[in-house]
Write a protein that binds this ligand. Structure first.
Ligand SMILES: *Cc1c(COP(=O)(O)O)cnc(C)c1O
Length: 417
């Protein structure tokens, strides 16, 4: 029996089938990715995509919203309950949109803001000169300590005293250690600044109790719902009540048009899943797997930036293997292991080359892997990097990757027969 998509558009149908196969048969170590549940995908692939719902529940611009209002209310109340927040806006289409809306709500163009340097783990939206954030606001950037490769809260405090920013952003996209939100709160208070935590990467760990929560320290917390939280691709904003009205106004009508009700429904499902006891086990396993992967890679002679990891990701310094991040990523792709090249602190290579890899365990933990499999994956990575120029070695690792994934398949029900 053919499906409606297969009938209408065999090309896209084929793309999706091949992508299912890629996800089912190769090892996924991109730290910002996960395998969302079929329940989440089912909610997303529904007629809720047809509804125009500009505004908020009970205050929409068009008729016919009584039903979808319930979905958004569920998403909002579940987000608040999950994180212990006073207010949630579940409409941001993505993490970048969530951050943009917060800046729009709290800042004037040209205002001073502090964020983490992009080349030391920060996100584009935290003041990169090529991003709207860097173009519209006056960013001062903090980095990691040269020796420890960890955030240096004394340095951050000094910079905040000097710059007197209106907003301080805590949070990162490639930082393997726990973030001390109490320290950030005290730094913000000292400088008379607001504190926004961008928990895009660690939201699932926070929800699952595997990372300290930024609430109630943060005035605002933004996050993505698709990384460790394992929901649909989207963003969300949590706020103290005093900022609720400004945040809502900034998201709509300030920044976005109609919300994606099918994605909001899928976010509600993800929040529900993340509130289950099994998600606490999941979050703990993600962190344990990252620690196991880091230790196993170190035993093969790879240096782990900052000496280890407290969360779901690790940064590997490849210089002892005389290979760049760019080449390592290509070689591992060839060997059935998906990773991304990433700058390490004070990287001597250009951003498109880099000396590092960023690896995360959220996806493979969802697929059911544990520390034993992390040891195997580390062996495969070391073998592939050592045999970077030897197709036979890469083919052998690829076969091992396929074999491992046949025991830990994220979407067995979607595999084509
Ligand atoms: C991933 C990420 C974002 C952006 O999320 P998108 O959904 O890709 O826009 C924002 N901030 C941080 C810290 C991130 O890691």
């Amino acid at each position: 029996m053919t499906t409606p998509l297969e009938n209408t558009d065999p090309e896209i149908f084929g793309v999706i089938r091949r992508e299912v196969e890629r996800q089912n048969t190769t090892i996924q170590l991109i730290a910002s990715e996960n395998f969302t549940s079929q329940a989440v995908m089912e909610a997303q692939g529904t007629v809720l995509t047809n509804k125009y719902s500009e505004g908020y529940p009970g205050k929409r611009y068009y008729g016919g919203n009584l039903v979808v209002d319930e979905a958004e209310n569920l998403a909002r109340s579940r987000a608040c309950a999950l994180f212990g927040a006073e207010h949630a806006n579940v409409q941001p289409h993505s993490g970048a949109n969530a951050n943009a809306a917060v800046f729009f709500a709290l800042l004037e163009p040209g205002d001073k803001v502090m964020g983490m340097r992009l080349d030391q783990g920060g996100h584009l939206t935290h003041g990169s000169p090529v991003n709207f954030s860097g173009k519209n606001y006056n960013f001062a950037s903090y980095g990691v300590n040269e020796q420890t490769e960890q955030l240096d809260y004394d340095q951050i405090r000094d910079l905040a005293k000097q710059t007197q920013p209106r907003l301080i952003i805590a949070g990162a996209t490639a930082y393997p250690r726990a973030i001390d939100f109490e320290a950030f709160r005290s730094i913000a208070d000292d400088a008379g600044a607001l504190l926004m935590v961008d928990a895009a990467h660690i939201a699932g760990l926070i929800a699952g109790g595997a990372h300290k929560s930024p609430l109630p320290m943060a005035d605002i917390m933004t996050f993505t719902t698709h990384k460790t939280l394992r929901g649909p691709r989207a963003g969300c904003i949590l706020a103290k009540q005093e900022f609720a009205a400004a945040i809502d106004k900034a998201v709509f009508p300030g920044f976005q048009g109609g919300p994606l009700m099918h994605v909001i429904a899928a976010k509600a499902v993800a929040f529900h899943e993340a509130a289950q006891p099994s998600f606490r086990t999941y979050a703990a396993n993600v962190v344990a797997n990252a620690a196991a992967l880091a230790a196993a890679l170190a035993s093969h002679g790879l240096r782990i930036v900052s000496g280890g990891t407290d969360n779901h990701l690790l940064l590997v310094d490849l210089r002892s293997f005389q290979i760049t991040g760019k080449v390592a990523q290509e070689v591992l792709d060839r060997a059935g292991i998906t990773t991304n090249k990433n700058a390490i602190p004070n990287d001597p290579e250009k951003p498109f080359v880099t000396s590092g890899l960023r690896l995360g365990t959220a996806s493979m933990t969802t697929a059911g892997m544990g520390p034993d499999e992390m040891v195997q994956i580390a062996e495969m990575i070391a073998a592939a990097l050592r045999g970077a120029n030897d197709i036979a070695v890469l083919d052998a690792v690829r076969a091992q990757a396929n074999d491992l994934c046949s025991k830990f398949t994220p979407y067995p029900a979607l595999a084509s027969k």
